[in-house]
Write a protein that binds this ligand. Sequence first.
Ligand code: NAD
Length: 267
Amino acid sequence: MNDEPGDSPALPELIAAAAGVLRDSQCLVVLTGAGISKESGIPTFRDALDGLWARYDPQMLATALAFMQDPKLVWDWYQYRRTLLAGAQPNPGHTAIAALQDLLPQVVVVTQNIDGLHHLAGSRDVITLHGDIRRSKCFYNCQGDPTYIDVEQLEWDPEAGPPSCPHCGRWVRPDVVWFGEMLPQAALARARELSEAADVMLVVGTSGVVQPAAGLPAVAKQHGAAVIEVNPEHSLITSFADYHLHGPSGVILPQVVDILRAEHPDA
Ligand code: NAD
């Protein structure tokens, strides 16, 4: 029941139907991407290329090779993205996802985002597949994987590039998973297991192009889960989603939660 042209139901009916599916869920996995944080003022990858950065391709900047070739360029791009994030707060979409914890037996958030906003919104069980932009680590993980470095404690000349690791003297890098790198294996394994076990997967604000996270909704569907997508655009998930709730997550998700809360006024 997605929103292909023709005789598709109106959005309020779709929202009510999706809430009905969620009401019966025993194991809900919520997969999120950059779109859920857009209403917190954080640009998606495609949007984050204004001004100075307009001539760069993020897929070319977000790689270990790019960092090795030009550490200052890549470090500066992440510093720029950190400034975009400074002060960002969870929006009603993040808050609605956190509220689901008190309405359903099991809710696990699997996020591709590196902005930490699900934690800030109060979600308790969050699997971060792509790291956290606020953290930094030794490029070589010289003290074990990961070797986190608190750059606030370091003194260095930003004009010269990234700081040096206090242990080995080599580069410090952002703690994010770059294109071509392995995801944290324990996190990915748990996300896969949960996708197989889920009876509902809620997919919010992801274009479905970045693997392996993009493959999780298909895994859930193959194992019998209902797939509910929230996105103002069509994505690679839309064609097999059971429900496509067409609109911004900060508008749609609070409506879903309101319906569920009306049935559990104490939650
Ligand atoms: P993407 O940029 O490829 O796609 C974003 C999706 O969100 C699109 O389908 C878009 O239609 C949808 N969208 C836009 N506004 C929305 C809204 N208000 N509500 C719901 N959906 C909305 O993002 P992706 O699929 O997450 O993949 C890009 C990669 O970039 C990921 O690996 C992610 O780690 C990284 N990234 C993360 C952040 C962040 O942490 N906030 C920001 C930019 C990029």
